[in-house]
Ligand binder design. Structure first.
Ligand code: SF4
Length: 59
């Protein structure tokens, strides 16, 4: 498990909260009802919890 630069494509996010529930230190649900990273770096394994593929990491 490693911290990397994590991005969320909010045009894909459906606000299901899976990423927030699994990695509450890395993601939050914003005012828009969609997920956003809390910090620049997040857990790279979060990519696999998103059902719509909205989370990506920069290598
Ligand atoms: S898991 Fe994916 S769809 Fe669900 S809130 Fe997080 S980024 Fe959005």
């Amino acid at each position: 498990m490693a911290k990397k630069k994590v991005r969320i494509d909010q045009s894909l996010c459906i606000g299901c909260g899976c990423c927030v529930g699994t990695y509450p230190d890395d993601f939050q649900i914003g005012d828009s009802g969609l997920a956003e990273p809390i910090a620049e770096l997040g857990e790279e394994d979060a990519v696999s919890v998103c059902p719509v593929g909205a989370i990506s990491v920069e290598e």
